[in-house]
Design a protein. Structure first.
Length: 300
């Protein structure tokens, strides 16, 4: 039995992880998992780079940012494809459409994928991100910021969207902010960790492959596991379950999304780099290829 500490935001995107633990797939494969909670994916990856955890869970945007900084991060697999990000605006501040966001104060967790989605949404609606005032806001502070009037809108994700809607009520208007672009929730580790734990990485991924099969065969039971773990009610589960695709994958579309996000970072001077990396260099395919070869669809 080997132990691995997972740095993660406690959220339904981790369904494969929670099912693998509850159904003892980790234990049966000789893996013991310990969780360390973080507010965001980038915080979890920062913890990874500090040696606080062995594995972190984060969006592809975080991998892009760390790659541009030439830091030691590798994506092992995507465990969820999702559409859960929204912009929540105060209608009583004169915001009725996206055009009304011009000149407004918008709370966003900087350097997370929400900043990219906001910028992309504004561009698609004929605006620039420089035409709004970004207020760096912790996810846990979003509800208080918009309810108290410190910001005119926030960009966040479930379950915070539902919590804010319940707290602020009819004074808010909510729009999807992803502009149809799916996000990827990924297992992230360092090359150093993988080099020293190749068998553990394999057994970890094997456990998740078994969890994926369990979810396919037993969706109702998987929902119960997730609900009990995160204390979610039936209404919330009915809303968010269809917004997620819980499966192990490494798709070419992941690379395309990362390249798109890197171009956006470069354009907006969020990095000193001027060229887009070869993101296949920041993906570790051997583990998933050994566990579930048909799930690896990246072109090298």
């Amino acid at each position: 039995m080997e132990t691995v500490t997972i740095g993660a935001t406690p959220i339904e995107l981790n369904a494969l992880i929670y099912v693998a633990e509850e159904c003892r797939f980790f234990a049966n494969n000789g893996v013991q998992v310990v969780f360390k909670d973080y507010d965001t994916g980038i915080a979890a990856v920062n913890g990874l780079l500090k040696g606080e955890v062995g594995i972190a869970l984060a969006s592809e945007f975080v991998i892009v940012g760390k790659s541009l900084q030439k830091q030691d991060v590798l994506g092992l697999a995507t465990i969820d494809k999702l559409m859960i990000y929204y912009i929540i605006a105060r209608a009583d501040r004169g915001i009725k459409s996206t055009a009304d966001l011009k000149g407004k104060r918008i709370g966003v967790s900087r350097q997370t994928i929400t900043e990219f989605y906001l910028g992309r949404m504004l561009e698609l609606n004929g605006m620039r991100i420089e035409q709004v005032t970004l207020v760096d806001t912790k996810v846990s502070d979003m509800a208080g910021a918009i309810a108290g009037g410190d910001v005119d809108a926030v960009v966040t994700w479930e379950p915070h969207v539902t919590q804010i809607e319940q707290q602020v009520g009819s004074t808010v208007i909510i729009w999807p902010v992803q502009s149809g672009q799916v996000a990827y929730w990924n297992i992230v580790a360092t090359e150093f960790w993988i080099r020293n734990h190749p068998e553990l990485a394999y057994r970890f991924l094997r456990s998740l492959a078994q969890a994926e099969e369990y979810i396919i065969q037993n969706p109702a039971e998987a929902k119960v596991i997730l609900q009990k773990r995160l204390k979610l009610n039936d209404t919330y589960m009915a809303t968010v379950w269809p917004q997620n695709q819980f499966s192990l994958s490494l798709d070419q579309s992941l690379i395309a999304a990362m390249e798109d996000e890197a171009r956006w970072m470069i354009k907006h001077s969020l990095t000193r780099e001027r060229t887009i990396p070869n993101f296949t260099d920041y993906i570790y395919i051997d583990g998933l290829k050994a566990v579930k070869p048909e799930a690896v669809r990246i072109i090298y």
